[in-house]
Design a binder for this molecule. Structure first.
Ligand SMILES: [Zn+2]
Length: 507
C-alpha cells in the first residue's frame, strides 16, 4: 500500500477533525526552504558556520562589501530600518523631524514607552508620524542607506509607524494624519455614517473636533476612544496607510538595490493590526511572546502567530520577545529555547538562530540589555535540520491526519505538559513526519523532564513494509528504528525516550 492509499483510506474510514484553517495560498516564489537557517542580525563567519546559516533576516548588510561577505558564504542578506522614530539624537538635532512626530489630542508628541531609556540630551524618543512628509522622507533615506549595497531584501521594523501610536497610545492626530483621514472617509465611509457622526461636510470636517466632544486630554481619550464615532474607520485608515507606506518602502528598496527584493516586516500576525500589511510582504519576521516565565505552559500566542502566518500564506521567522530572552538570560533556561526552536519547526515555521552576541532582552527594571547565546547550546539543532533537509523541505501540515499520545497522562498538576504533536506530509502521497515536542518543563531544574516509552497512535494501520521503515530522528541521538505495532486498526509507535524533539519518519 502506498502512503497515498493510506491517506485515502483514512479519509474514507476516519474523517477526523476538520482542518481549522483553509489551505494556504501558494507562496511564490518560494522565499525559504524549511531547512533554511535564519539569523536575526548579522554575525561573524564562525557563528554562521556553526549554525549552517542561509539567511540573515533583520539587516546588517548595508554596504557592498557586507553583501559580498554574505554571498561568498552562501547566505542571503538584508538591510533593515524602522518606521518607529527618527531616534532621540535626530529629533534633538532636527527641528523638521521634531515637527514630524505622532501627536495626541492636545497636540503633544507621543513618547515610545519602551524606549524610556533612549534619551539624548534631554530629548525623549517620540513616535515619528509616517503620514508626515518629513518623517516619510527620513524613512526613504534610511531605506536607500541600508539597501545601497544591493542586499537581497529589506526588513521593516515597527512597520505600523504612527498607526501604533494611533491604535494604542493616543496619537495619530496631527494635521497630516487628519488630512489623510479625511481623504480616507471620502472613499470608505457611507454618507449615512458620516452624517450620524456630524461629518456630513467632509471639506470642513476635523476629526479632532469630534474627539474633543468626548475627551480633552490623552488620558481621557484613551479611556473613551472606543465610544467615539468613526473610531473603527480611524483605526482602519491608520493601518491601511501604514501598510501602503511599507509597500512604498519596498519599491524604494528595489530601486536602491537595483533588483527585485524580498520585503519583510516585524509583524506579530497573531494581532489583526499586523495582518493588514501581509499582502505586501514576501515573508514575516517577528518577535512573538513565549511566556518564558511560565515555562512551556503558555505558548498560545506563539501558536496563534504560526497559524495566522499559515492562513496568510506567508513564511514566518520568529524569535522570542525581549522579556522571554531576559528570562532565559537570568535563568540559563536553555531547554526552553530548544523547545521554542522545535515548536516553530514542528509547525512549519522558522525560529531564528539565537544570536551569539546580540539577542535583545528587555525588562522594565533593566531596560534594553543583551543575551549572548552559546552556540554549543543551540547550533546542534540547526545542524540537525540542515542535515535532515529531506524531512523538512516540501512538507506541509497534514490537516486530516492526527496523531495522539496513548499511554501518558500529563504529569500531576501540570495539565499542559503533554507533548506537542504535529503531523506533516510531503504532497498527497509522500512520506509523513510526526514531530513530537516535549513540553514537560521542570522550572526548578531548568530542563525538560525526559518522557520514557512515549506511545503515539495514528488512527490507521501502517502497512508492514512501512512499519519496518519507520525511524526516529533527534538532534542529540543517532537515528533509531521505531517499534510499530498495529492494534484495533491503528498504528502505535513507541518513542523510547523523548528529550526535546523527536521526528518520527514514515516513508
Ligand atoms: Zn500624524
Amino acid at each position: 500500500m502506498t502512503m497515498g492509499a493510506l491517506l485515502t483510506m483514512l479519509a474514507l474510514a476516519a474523517p477526523g477533525p476538520r482542518p481549522q484553517l483553509p489551505a494556504p495560498p501558494a507562496v511564490e516564489p518560494a522565499v525559504f526552504k524549511h531547512s533554511d537557517v535564519i539569523f536575526m542580525y548579522a554575525a561573524d563567519d564562525a557563528a554562521y558556520k556553526a549554525y549552517g546559516a542561509t539567511f540573515v533576516a533583520w539587516g546588517g548588510a548595508n554596504t557592498g562589501p557586507e553583501v559580498k561577505r554574505h554571498r561568498d558564504l552562501g547566505i542571503r542578506c538584508t538591510g533593515s530600518m524602522w518606521c518607529l522614530t527618527a531616534g532621540a539624537k535626530n529629533l534633538h538635532d532636527s527641528a523638521e523631524l521634531r515637527e514630524a512626530v505622532a501627536r495626541d489630542i492636545e497636540g503633544r508628541p507621543v513618547e515610545v514607552p519602551w524606549l524610556f531609556d533612549h534619551a539624548y540630551q534631554g530629548q525623549k524618543t517620540w513616535f515619528g508620524c509616517t503620514n508626515h512628509p518629513a518623517f516619510r522622507e527620513h524613512c526613504r533615506r534610511e531605506v536607500r542607506r541600508v539597501m545601497a549595497g544591493g542586499a537581497d531584501g529589506l526588513h521593516v521594523d515597527d512597520h505600523l509607524g504612527v498607526a501604533q501610536a494611533a491604535t494604542a497610545f493616543g496619537g495619530g492626530l496631527c494635521d497630516c494624519c487628519i488630512a489623510a483621514f479625511r481623504e480616507w472617509l471620502k472613499t470608505n465611509a457611507a454618507p449615512g455614517e458620516l452624517a450620524a457622526a456630524g461629518a456630513a461636510d467632509l471639506a470642513t470636517f476635523d476629526y479632532r473636533d469630534l474627539v474633543r466632544r468626548h475627551a480633552a486630554t490623552r488620558a481621557e481619550y484613551l479611556k473613551v476612544r472606543g465610544r467615539i464615532p468613526l473610531k473603527d474607520h480611524f483605526d482602519r485608515f491608520h493601518l491601511a496607510a501604514a501598510a501602503d507606506f511599507v509597500a512604498e518602502l519596498g519599491r524604494v528598496a528595489a530601486e536602491a538595490a537595483g533588483h527585485p527584493v524580498l520585503l519583510s516586516a516585524n509583524a506579530w500576525v497573531g494581532d489583526k493590526r499586523h495582518t493588514v500589511v501581509a499582502p505586501h510582504l514576501t515573508h514575516v519576521v517577528c518577535e512573538t511572546p513565549f511566556s518564558a516565565g511560565r515555562g512551556a505552559a503558555d505558548v498560545a500566542r506563539a501558536l496563534a502567530a504560526f497559524d495566522a502566518a499559515r492562513a496568510l500564506g506567508k513564511p514566518l521567522a520568529v524569535t522570542g520577545g525581549g522579556g522571554d530572552w531576559a528570562f532565559v538570560k537570568a535563568n540559563q533556561a536553555e531547554d526552553l529555547v530548544r523547545f521554542w526552536i522545535a515548536l516553530a519547526y514542528a509547525h512549519g515555521q522558522w525560529f531564528m538562530a539565537p544570536h551569539p552576541k546580540r539577542q535583545w532582552c528587555f525588562t522594565k527594571e533593566l531596560g534594553t540589555h543583551w543575551y549572548e547565546a552559546p552556540a554549543d547550546a543551540y547550533a546542534p539543532m540547526y545542524q540537525f535540520i540542515r542535515k535532515n533537509a529531506e524531512w523538512f523541505d516540501g512538507f506541509d501540515a497534514a490537516d486530516g491526519l492526527k496523531a495522539e499520545i496513548v499511554n501518558r497522562e500529563p504529569p500531576a498538576g501540570n495539565a499542559a505538559a503533554g507533548p506537542v504533536l504535529t503531523v506533516r506530509r510531503k504532497g498527497p502521497a509522500g512520506p509523513v513526519v510526526i514531530h513530537v515536542v516535549n513540553r514537560d518543563y521542570d522550572a526548578s531544574a531548568r530542563r525538560m523532564r525526559p518522557g520514557r516509552g512515549v506511545r503515539l497512535r495514528l488512527p490507521v494501520p501502517l502497512p508492514a513494509g512501512m512499519a519496518g521503515r519507520t525511524r526516529l530522528l533527534a538532534y542529540d541521538a543517532e537515528p533509531l528504528a521505531a517499534q510499530v505495532r498495529t492494534e484495533g486498526g491503528a498504528a502505535q509507535i513507541t518513542v523510547p525516550e523523548l528529550r526535546i524533539w523527536t521526528l518520527v519518519v514514515i516513508e
